[in-house]
Design a binder for this molecule. Structure first.
Ligand SMILES: [Zn+2]
Length: 605
């Protein structure tokens, strides 16, 4: 097989990194011994290195099975920029081109071949594959093989038979490495079974992402919050996820009207516009993009500084995957979830609408409840996730919204009492907007029809707008004083906590987000950083790749800090390997050399 010394030296030479992270090292050690391995590591954990380095060192070809067509191209581009020979076969490729690649693989002229799982279903591919010396099969997004995963893809079920067929044709059985970012213990067991792994080693590298600060905000006015939040981060890349196309459109319009260059992405747009938007985001032409969960499956952009969820997603797997797109370069980043009780109804509606079997629906409801509990937990948010995926939560993370709550509390006991007593007088039979109308003192038809203008609480909150009253009611729902019934016309009811408030035994506080201000930048010179970004932008467009493929933000920051003027100095920077130095290094070196010269001239004068 290969040795760990070889692996380390490849890491240094090709990627420009000094050492493996803990999980990477363990996975590569197992693969070096020729063992099947399951790697469960969060997005941004440096998964691709775990199979790319073994692929370079093993004889023959590594077949990488990946469901994401756009990601394949990115990965292959990235490998080429590192000087590694790789190719991909998917539906965007012409038959002749695919044949040529298969030929190169057969000759051993490429080390990694990326294919979509559907490819294994074609006779043509299965036959040609038998003449390729495949020494490893790396299965990406391996949870897709399990029915209990959140993204079951039947074509994944052809992987095990495909490998069997290879063996039956007289080939040696390749090592199988399976990777996923999100698998509960139940799903892990299922995937080991379905992929027919042989006594696999399991490496779980921790869902803890030290550079991500998670926050849940309940009862915020979402639009105002979002606009403010994005404005404060004008120079940073961010994704705003919303549940519906309509909300994506609303956010997009709001940002554009405020003069912010924003993108949008959802399944209702033409393919062409979607591709354009994705590209604009990738190339930093727009810094913020509003999107449904259709966005991001193929996005490997490393410098996303924040992921803002405008709605609660349907389960933790989706949340971890989407939020995990922040901070892949290990720089501090934020993941904020704006929770609104309406989200629960929306998600229940989606489950009801689906044509899944009752057993499956019950499973979805269970997952939804876990997500809701996350929004209400007062403990460390990172630990909550980590435990869900079957790991012991260790120390509180110290940076999430619950570990570090800097919000201001304001006393809203009197408002709460007015609202509760109004709901009580309306006999707990009406929805949020009707309660708000009565408190506002409206005399609309419906209010008069029920004689509510005669209630003592009618008009008790006339100093507020109806919208503000509704928002307050939602805060009280989110905090567990009130409950919203299910169904198409949800009704607000009092919960036991509300009775305590009415009796004066309990006060109500609302926490107002004062924090979430952008953190002060590090000590590096931002002007230099911006100039380096421009150089990178230029190199990227010449090479036809996204900027982060040239160098990612943390490499750029280190460059700005150390300002190397020699090739040796440049190679000491994390993320600068030999191939990248050769391809992209010169313009940076020249920039620093010129600065040094200018500084020297000043000294002499
Ligand atoms: Zn925490």
């Amino acid at each position: 097989m290969f040795t760990m010394d070889q692996a380390r030296s490849a890491l240094q030479r090709v990627y420009g990194y000094d050492g493996f992270r803990d999980g990477q090292r363990k996975i590569i050690e197992h693969l070096a011994e020729g063992k099947d391995t399951v790697g469960i590591m969060p997005t941004g954990g440096g998964k691709s290195i775990c199979y790319q380095i073994p692929a370079m060192l093993l004889p023959g070809v590594t077949l990488v099975i990946s469901p994401l067509i756009s990601l394949m191209k990115d990965q292959v581009d990235a490998l080429h920029s590192l000087g590694v020979k790789a190719g991909f076969i998917n539906s965007t490729l012409e038959m002749g081109e695919a044949g040529r690649l298969m030929w190169q693989a057969q000759e051993g002229r490429i080390k990694l071949l990326y294919v979509a799982p559907e490819r294994l279903e074609t006779e043509w591919f299965r036959e040609r594959a038998k003449s390729i010396p495949i020494s490893m099969v790396a299965v990406d997004e391996a949870h897709c093989v399990s029915q209990w995963g959140h993204d079951f893809r039947p074509s994944y079920r052809t992987i095990a038979p495909f490998i069997q067929e290879l063996v039956q044709s007289g080939r040696e059985r390749p090592i199988v490495a399976a990777f996923t970012a999100t698998a509960t213990p139940e799903v892990t067991e299922d995937l080991i079974h379905s992929l027919e792994l042989l006594e696999p080693e399991l490496v779980v590298t921790g869902f803890k992402r030290d550079n991500l600060a998670f926050t849940v905000l309940r009862g915020e006015e979402r639009k105002a919050f979002t606009l403010d939040y994005v404005r404060q981060r004008a120079s940073e890349s961010g994704i705003i996820y919303a549940s519906t196309r309509k909300e994506v459109e609303d956010i997009y319009d709001m940002l554009r009207h405020a003069g912010i260059a924003a993108g949008r992405y959802h399944a209702g747009l033409e393919d062409e516009e979607r591709a354009k938007m994705q590209e604009a985001f990738l190339y930093d032409d727009v810094r913020v993009i509003a999107a449904t969960n259709a966005f991001g499956m193929g996005i490997d952009k490393s410098n996303v500084r924040y992921v803002l969820h405008y709605n609660m997603p349907k389960h933790m797997e989706a949340y971890v995957q989407e939020a995990g797109r922040a901070g892949r370069d290990s720089e501090p980043s934020e993941c904020v979830l704006l929770f609104h009780p309406q989200d629960i109804l929306t998600q229940k509606f989606f489950i009801e609408q689906s044509e899944a079997a009752p057993e499956r629906k019950a499973h979805e409801y269970k997952k939804l409840q876990v997500m809701i509990d996350y929004c209400y937990t007062t403990g460390c948010l990172q630990n909550y996730m980590v435990r869900y995926f079957g790991e012991e939560g260790e120390q509180p993370c110290g940076v999430c919204g619950n570990c570090k709550d800097e919000r201001e509390s304001i006393d809203i006991t009197i408002e709460a009492q007015k609202i509760f007593s109004c709901i009580y007088r309306m006999r707990e039979r009406f929805g949020v907007s009707m309660v708000a109308s009565v408190l506002k003192g409206s005399r609309n038809k419906k209010v008069m029809q029920y004689g509510f203008e005669k209630l003592s609480t009618h008009g008790e909150m006339r100093h507020l707008a109806e919208k503000e009253i509704s928002d307050l009611i939602y805060v009280l729902i989110a905090e567990g004083y009130l409950q919203l019934s299910e169904g198409q016309y949800p009704v607000v009811r009092l919960l036991p906590l509300a009775a305590d408030v009415l009796k004066g035994k309990r006060t109500v506080e609302q926490r107002v987000a004062k924090s979430l201000k952008p953190k002060a930048g590090t000590v590096i010179d931002e002007t230099i950083f911006e100039q380096l970004r421009l150089i990178r932008r230029e190199l990227a467009s010449q090479a036809g790749v996204p900027p982060y493929i040239v160098f990612n933000d943390s490499t750029l920051r280190e460059l700005a800090e150390l300002q190397p003027t020699t090739e040796a100095g440049m190679l000491r920077i994390k993320g600068v390997g030999e191939a990248k130095l050769k391809q992209f290094g010169m313009p940076f070196l020249e920039f620093f050399q010129q600065r040094e010269e200018e500084a020297g001239r000043y000294d002499m004068e």
